[in-house]
Design a binder for this molecule. Structure first.
Ligand code: GUN
Ligand code: FE
Length: 421
């Protein structure tokens, strides 16, 4: 692509809590769609570069949604008087079953993709349903959005209704390999990610077969871990010989720097150590954790422990695809944890929650989420004119953006250097 520069008011976080504020600066995108740097004055060597002036909009790195369910798009806002296990059986499984119908999948996935494309999100890890054909429809649609996405065909061969469950472990493995052979390398922007739903949904045979597939194909993996006390107790019953829930995944080779586990609210100390040793990512999904009454993940502590963490919308446990809301919710639940816990654990600061949404989650995709040389040029322009006061400095505008900006305020978006709108 032809190199160019954007001019505007840039904000990003190089490390948790640190904030770069660069008013009226120039970010250069090179011929590979990578950031070449941010400059207060465009250097001589870039003279003649096309410059798009975004005026006084705020420009932030794109946000990574590390965990969401496209097949639950229609259910956003419904079923919020359930806890996880009943919510899955009464609401979620019947809805996901409908994605056996290709025309239905095309319609709903189209709506999901259009909404995802419009907001802060530039990269995402997405669950489809257990249906191979429907999953490929979602991948076709997402590839065309220009967003960078990992999409998973869900595996579930136990503890699910007959109409949704994969027949047995052999079928799950066969169908998954067929799906991988049909989708690996087929898309510019979308890649397959192995998706055992969670331990209760996968027999030991299926988990082992999927582990072998993961090694053979070198694919990343996404799943759920330690979301509710009832779920953790269920896993202990199902896997009495395992040291912990996380160790079940580890035994099958499902952890690693290319693995993302949603929730992780109830991690034990050995599980924290294991996730850290493997470099596994945590997808913190605060809206979902509130809605389904799962609990509050001690994210600030996990950050201090050096774990890899990003944010997820987790629809339809979560009720919105707006990653701006995920940032606010991460801050809210972190402060509630401070209030509720005797020992008053430090809570997240705004710049830390912003870090999780940008650089934290972006790291799952390689170099993404910062305006630094060599990072993917993912940029989101936010119009804060609706609430900006004359004389607001960039630090004040940042704080207001965190609490006030929603998807509708995103006025322009670039992913890997390509302008989407
Ligand atoms: N655990 C297993 N499946 C799901 C799901 O679809 N959503 C959430 N939030 N947790 C799960
Ligand atoms: Fe989920």
């Amino acid at each position: 692509m032809r190199p160019y520069a954007l001019r505007g008011d840039f904000i990003w976080t190089p490390s948790p809590g640190a904030l770069e504020l660069r008013p009226g600066a120039y970010a250069v995108c090179d011929e590979n769609g990578l950031c070449a740097g941010v400059f207060d004055v465009l250097p001589e060597s870039y003279a003649g570069l096309p410059v798009r002036d975004l005026g006084d909009t705020l420009i932030v790195p794109g946000y990574s949604d590390l965990h969401t369910h496209a097949a639950q798009y229609r259910d956003m806002g419904l079923g919020m008087d359930h806890e996880l296990i009943g919510w899955l059986s009464d609401l979620t499984y019947p809805e996901e079953a409908r994605f056996a119908d290709a025309a239905f999948a095309r319609e709903i996935y189209g709506r999901f993709a259009a909404e995802l494309r419009a907001g802060f999100t530039t990269r995402a890890c997405i669950f489809a349903s257990a249906h191979r054909e429907g999953t490929e429809i979602l991948m076709d649609i997402l590839d065309m959005t220009g967003l960078k996405t990992f999409v998973g065909k869900v595996n579930m061969d136990r503890n699910a209704p007959d109409y949704l469950r994969e027949r047995d472990a052999a079928f799950a493995a066969e169908d998954t390999e067929r799906w991988l052979s049909e989708t690996m390398g087929r898309y510019e922007n979308t890649k397959p990610i192995l998706t055992p739903r969670f331990v209760p949904s996968c027999t030991p045979e299926a988990m082992e077969a999927l582990g072998a597939i993961r090694r053979k194909w070198g694919v990343p993996v996404q799943s759920h871990l330690d979301e509710t006390p009832e779920e953790v107790a269920w896993v202990r019953e199902l896997c009495p010989d395992s040291e912990s829930y996380a160790h079940v995944y580890d035994a099958a080779g499902m952890l690693g720097p290319d693995a993302v586990m949603a929730h992780c609210i109830y991690l034990t100390d050995p599980e924290v150590a294991l996730l850290k040793a493997r470099g596994t990512f945590i997808a913190h999904c605060p809206a979902s954790n509130m809605n389904v009454r799962s609990g509050i993940a001690p994210i600030r502590r996990y950050l201090d422990e050096g774990l890899n963490i990003g944010l997820g919308t987790d629809i339809s446990g979560g009720h919105t695809l707006d990653m701006g809301q995920a940032v606010r919710d991460a801050l809210s639940v972190s402060r509630l944890l401070w209030r509720l816990r005797e020992e008053k654990p430090p809570h997240l600061a705004a710049a830390e929650a912003f870090y999780l949404a940008t650089a934290g989650g972006g790291a799952f995709f390689g170099k993404a989420g910062k305006f630094e040389p060599g990072y993917a040029f993912d940029a989101v322009a936010v119009d804060d004119g609706g609430w900006r006061d004359p004389g607001d400095g960039l630090d004040i505008r940042f704080q207001k953006m965190i609490y006030r900006a929603a998807s509708r305020n995103v006025v322009s978006k670039y992913v890997a250097g390509r302008r989407l709108f």
